[in-house]
Design a protein around this ligand. Structure first.
Ligand code: AMP
Length: 591
């Protein structure tokens, strides 16, 4: 008898659990399964995401379903479509040997007719997002009079997302006699209020400490000036060649911008935010789940309900105002017994935030230094060698080619072959990092670099300006130069480096011309849109991205949309390598 069976879990469900490799219950399951299999008391469970909550409520629900009836016997409400699908999928897996048991997922952004048909066929367990559930109730497509158990999963998130009214209306449809279970990662006043309103004398269980972070997550922070933030992110990614994580930004614009810069610099990254359509979000999430994306740049709202259990890193590109949000973010790593790191890039004015978070978290951050170029190179070099050492060799496949290969390499001795292979893969890193200066903390720099002429333009005295037009507006480099010439009444201001991105762009000018430019653009419109120019305090993507030819075959770098105009200056890009496993798969090679 395994531990689940000892707790009274039906062997038919234990078989499903075994197929998933669940041999022993996780702590939240240890506590809640006996409660939910016996008696009828409500349950208030304080448990972080990733602690095994789904099985904690799912197993007893599935066990209690009477498949001889078609009635809906349990209703699970969860904040997001992603989580809803995840829960329904997990429940189907646990109960795959319990014949005739139907679990139905009901969520927005998907055909309501199909869901109505599913309800009509008879769903023993309905897993729903509140918005779509209410819609179906209003269309009179549900009968919840037979519901025995209601689960409010990630209740704090549902409240954060403004689902209070929906929850009230949905719960009003369920019988008074039902059992209600509320799972929440945090216990703000609102949740305590909700528990009071919907539950009678609930059993309370707490997994870990209230509002505390997981023990499997270590917390690090780096002090960076705003201008260095992006560069620091890249170094952290380069220093962790196996990175698989979420980069959190505060706003949709920043999310988009950081993702675009990363993509432009050859990293495997994409963005997830509220401006994307559901189909776009699904596509990005699918890539991320399959690990075709190494870094997902996301807002807090968009990242809700993402359930990926083996993230190596959470990167707080910008710290949230609320420490609870940090705890939520960092709780997305260190799941299911795996270790994770939560990294915070802390600007000069946000130092105090670390203390606040430490207090809430009950854990200390360790302060780390941004890796030097040399450290990154060493790391990448050894990573490369490890991959060479550990690669699977398919003797059968390559055996036939080997005699010819040996012949081709016969003029190179062992040392030279190693040098050649390593240089082939590694020169790009060396090129980028050999002249890269260290990224110092603002204290070490002795000043805050957010000032106008310190916004890291590529040439001393130049200032990097942001313009709210990009390739989506069909802006081209000559088009931008023309626009500037028109706006400034042909003063022929020399323009330095230009970075055209999807939704916006950057260009550099001497600081002497900044005021004139900003004033000249005050009333300029482009294709009906008001043009906005600002001094950028974002780190530019300094580095010229090599074209595929450049990266692979020694062809000329494409320039990645960068150009140099006016005054005949060169672009000043210093040749960014496409990098390691943080880079797009198409540019990665193994030797
Ligand atoms: P959850 O909090 O339900 O999202 O679960 C977090 C992760 O733990 C998921 O990847 C589950 O598949 C995994 N998990 C849940 N229960 C067990 C168990 N008893 N043994 C092993 N893994 C589990």
């Amino acid at each position: 008898m395994n531990k689940f069976e000892e707790m009274g879990v039906d062997p038919i469900i234990v078989r499903g659990l075994n197929d998933l490799g669940y041999e022993n219950p996780m702590p939240v399951q240890d506590l809640s399964i006996p409660i939910l299999l016996n008696g009828n008391r409500d349950l208030l469970a304080l448990a972080q995401t990733g602690t095994g909550k789904t099985a904690a409520f799912g197993i007893p629900i599935l066990q209690n379903v009477d498949v001889s009836k078609r009635d809906t016997q349990a209703l699970i409400l969860s904040p997001t479509r992603e989580l809803c699908m995840q829960i329904a999928g997990d429940l189907a897996d646990y109960s795959k040997y319990k014949k005739g048991l139907n679990v139905l997922a009901v969520y927005g952004g998907s055909s309501i007719d199909t869901q109505i048909r599913g309800l009509k066929r008879g769903a023993h367990v309905v897993v729903a997002t509140p918005g779509r559930m209410l819609d179906l109730i209003r269309r009179k497509q549900t009968n919840f009079s037979t519901v025995q158990t209601v689960i409010l999963d990630e209740a704090d998130e549902m409240l954060n997302m403004g689902f209070r009214d929906e929850l009230n209306s949905i719960l009003a449809e369920t019988p008074e006699t039902k059992r209600t279970c509320l799972f929440s990662a945090t216990m703000p006043k609102e949740i305590a209020g909700m528990a009071k309103k919907y539950m009678t004398d609930p059993e309370e269980i707490t997994i870990g400490t209230k509002n505390k972070g997981s023990d499997d997550v270590s917390h690090e922070y780096y002090m960076v000036s705003n201008k260095d933030r992006y560069k620091a992110l890249k170094r952290i990614a380069d220093m962790n060649p196996n990175i698989y994580g979420i980069v959190f930004c505060r706003t949709r614009n920043n999310t988009q911008e950081v993702a675009e810069l990363l993509i432009q610099d050859g990293y495997s990254a994409d963005s997830l935010h509220g401006d994307l359509s559901q189909a776009q979000r699904d596509y990005v999430m699918q890539k991320f789940r399959r690990k075709n994306l190494k870094m997902l740049v996301a807002t807090d709202v968009a990242a809700r309900g993402i359930d990926v259990s083996d993230l190596s890193h959470i990167i707080n590109y910008e710290l949230p105002d609320d420490p609870e949000t940090y705890i939520h973010r960092s709780g997305r790593t260190g799941r299911a017994g795996k270790k994770g790191v939560s990294v915070a890039l802390v600007g000069p004015r946000k130092r105090h935030s670390i203390k606040n978070i430490e207090n809430k978290l009950g854990k200390q951050f360790s302060r780390a230094n941004i890796p030097t170029g040399k450290q990154v190179c060493e790391k990448q070099l050894f990573y490369l060698i490890d991959r060479v050492t550990n690669v699977d060799i398919n003797e059968e496949l390559i055996g036939g080619y080997l005699p010819d290969l040996y012949k081709k390499l016969e003029n190179l001795d062992r040392e030279s072959v190693i040098k050649h292979f390593v240089s082939l893969e590694f020169n790009r890193f060396l090129d980028y990092y050999q002249d890269a200066s260290d990224i110092l903390s603002p204290e070490d720099n002795g000043r805050d670099h957010s000032g106008r002429n310190q916004n890291h333009a590529s040439k001393p005295g130049d200032v990097r300006l942001f313009i709210n037009l990009g390739k989506m507006d069909k802006l081209t480099v000559p088009g931008l130069i023309g626009l500037i010439n028109d706006a400034t009444r042909r003063k022929n201001i020399p323009i330095g480096k230009i970075d055209l991105l999807k939704n916006f762009s950057f260009f550099e000018v001497n600081e002497a011309h900044v005021d004139l430019l900003i004033t000249s653009f005050k009333k300029v419109h482009f294709k009906g849109r008001k043009v906005n120019i600002e001094v950028s305090d974002k780190a530019p993507s300094y580095n010229q991205r090599p074209s595929r030819r450049g990266a692979h075959g020694g062809g000329k770098p494409s320039g990645g949309g960068r150009a140099s105009y006016g005054g005949g200056r060169s672009s000043g890009g210093n040749g960014r390598p496409s990098n390691s496993s943080g880079s797009r798969p198409s540019r990665r090679r193994s030797i």
